[in-house]
Design a protein around this ligand. Sequence first.
Ligand SMILES: C[S@@+](CC[C@H](N)C(=O)[O-])C[C@H]1O[C@@H](n2cnc3c(N)ncnc32)[C@H](O)[C@@H]1O
Length: 372
Amino acid sequence: MVDAQITTDDIPDLIERAEEHYRRSRLTESAADYDTVLALDPDNLDALEWRGEIAVQLDDYETAADRLGAARRIRGDDAFGEYTNLGLALYELNRADEAVDALWRAIQQDADDLVSHSNLGKALYDQHANGERETAIRIAAEWLSRFPDNPDAQHIGAAISGGTTPNVANSAYVADVFNDYAASFEEKLAELAYRAPVLIEALLTRHMIGAEGGLSILDAGCGTGLLGQCLRPIASRLEGVDLSPGMLKEAEAKSCYDTLAEAELVSFLCERPGRYDLIAAADVLCYFGALEDAAAAFYTALKPTGTLAFSVEATETESYILNESGRYKHSAAYLRHVVEEAGFSILALDDDSLRTEYGVPVEGLILLAQRD
Ligand SMILES: C[S@@+](CC[C@H](N)C(=O)[O-])C[C@H]1O[C@@H](n2cnc3c(N)ncnc32)[C@H](O)[C@@H]1O
């Protein structure tokens, strides 16, 4: 409720004060002043847009969608350039169709708005999963054809539209996804009952790998360090490598690695011939389609008779497929073929549920192999 003494004549002063609060990072105070302005003048565009911006920063997506949506209706579609935040808010509220619409407009207005490209990929995935498959496929195809150089369009656009599938997720896309995800990664994966690291650990134990400790180990695609924690007890030296600085920062805080490196996995491995007793990769090769280069690089970086352990998501199709989530799935026959061709003997190839997705178990394969 607005103080009876405050009138529309006070709006310029209120806006000035709100701006000053904002400049000094006093977001709550700034929001309160903009709310007062909007109580006096509900169509005040300045207040609507800034209140929406502040709401995004406070993770209050209901308010953000409401204020930014109102601003958009007043301005009309062509003139309004705040689709980035509106799209983000709608995506966070699981309003996938509206989010796709806003984010699509954002990238039309600014092709270099990389945040909106990235959020568009996520919103399209939700739209596809929520049943609006044909719309999602059509927009994804157009996204890819209009923005062929954008890493998100190249990967997730191709995955959803069923266009030409890249052989591997490009590094910029992967780093972007996981930087974004890093702070909430473990919480989200706990909700999804993620088990790949403990399944790999159990397989190693069953085969007595590292029973006496003292191994030189690489956690390949270490992420936040969930697998590293499982491997530490059998390591004399534990290294981690990952593309995403955000994930590596979380891994660093676990204090279980001797070294952590920001690098692309295959290049990293090729520069370290004969270095490791064990290389383990939990939920990493689902960002690789074709596995030939990775298998050859694992072979190079392992010592003779060294051990390789990894998980992938399973498919019954011939070799591998890229699904709408942007992750690849692999068949057991393809894994056997690639790993054996690279010079390994397979010790085990288990199937088990790796986690859930939309409440449904995601079936996986966990492979253990020994280098010749
Ligand atoms: C789903 S997370 C799994 C992280 C960790 N292994 C775990 O089980 O919690 C996948 C990780 O693989 C990393 N990754 C994917 N492709 C990579 C590549 N080509 N080189 C290095 N890291 C990669 C990602 O950055 C991400 O941190």
